[in-house]
Design a protein around this ligand. Structure first.
Ligand code: SF4
Ligand code: SF4
Length: 268
């Protein structure tokens, strides 16, 4: 891959596009600090409105996409981004699973809009919020709400060396074991989502003595049935357990189904 980059100033080009989202994942880029300066030495950031450069239609080697497809205009725009990008990486819960706004997918969105806005007819809002991969081919997904900036650096470095980036989807508990964290579920009886959540954050919350709320989405092959039973053993009611799955990554298939199963909703 490295030999065919569309280099500008001798460097591969990168764009960061925003769709429906809170900008938190772009902020994770900005919060990188010194590694962001190192990144800027390795690549040419041609489109990054949050930081300055704007070139929405530029053809680039690597496009990062934040946000879900939630408006009519975004349907067409994501296709143009795909056509203009050699390698497309989605970043964050909104882009990878639809994000918090995908809660509308499970209800009557028109009812919700009418309940919140005085004049919902002025809104250009789809009935669903969907991940980018439902609309165009995605080469790599980086989960998290927000992403961990170090994952971005690792992915870019791999691509620059001509290596396909690999994302680890182990359960978060493994990070706790590696880091020597005290388990908040075992010691404090907190309903930590770590056993069914994918790694990537380095077990940030348990490290601070708090339960994980699954912002990195489902781990690979999560045993959600056993986990739900464990949470019932901690005293949670089925609806409370369902609500924990129906949070930031409510639209991730493993979590959506687990939320239905625990309250007896069955298969789709
Ligand atoms: S604190 Fe949470 S993530 Fe860490 S080992 Fe315990 S259950 Fe797993
Ligand atoms: S521990 Fe859980 S909630 Fe906290 S940052 Fe990591 S995945 Fe997100």
């Amino acid at each position: 891959m490295a030999t065919t980059f569309k280099a500008v100033n001798g460097k591969p080009t990168v764009a960061i596009h925003k769709f429906s989202s809170c900008d938190g994942c772009q902020l994770a880029f900005l919060n990188l600090g010194e590694p962001l300066l190192q990144l800027a030495e390795l690549v040419e950031l041609v489109h990054f409105p949050e930081a300055g450069p704007v070139a929405e239609e530029a053809q680039v080697d690597i496009a990062f996409v934040e946000g879900s497809i939630s408006t009519q205009a975004e349907y067409a725009r994501i296709r143009r981004v795909r056509e203009n990008s050699r390698y497309l990486i989605t970043i964050g819960a909104c882009a990878t699973s639809g994000g918090l706004q995908a809660l509308r997918n499970h209800r009557d969105s028109a009812d919700w809009l009418a309940g919140v806005y005085a004049r919902p007819e002025y809104l250009d809002s789809l009935a669903t919020a969907t991940p980018i991969a439902e609309h165009v081919r995605v080469d790599l997904e980086l989960w998290g709400c927000p992403i961990n900036g170090q994952q971005v650096i690792a992915a870019v470095r791999s691509l620059l060396f001509g290596v396909t980036p690999v994302v680890n989807h182990d359960a978060l508990c493994l990070d706790c074991k590696r880091n020597g964290n005290v388990c908040v579920m075992v010691t404090k009886g907190e309903p930590c989502m770590g056993p069914v959540t994918g790694t990537g954050c380095g077990a940030l919350c348990p490290q601070m003595g708090r339960a994980c709320y699954a912002c990195y989405g489902p781990a690979e092959n999560p045993n959600t049935a056993s986990f739900s039973q464990r949470l019932q053993g901690l005293g949670l009611m089925p609806q409370q357990i369902s609500d924990r799955f129906m949070f930031i990554n409510n639209n991730a298939p493993g979590f959506t189904q687990a939320a239905k199963d625990v309250v007896g909703g069955g298969d789709d």
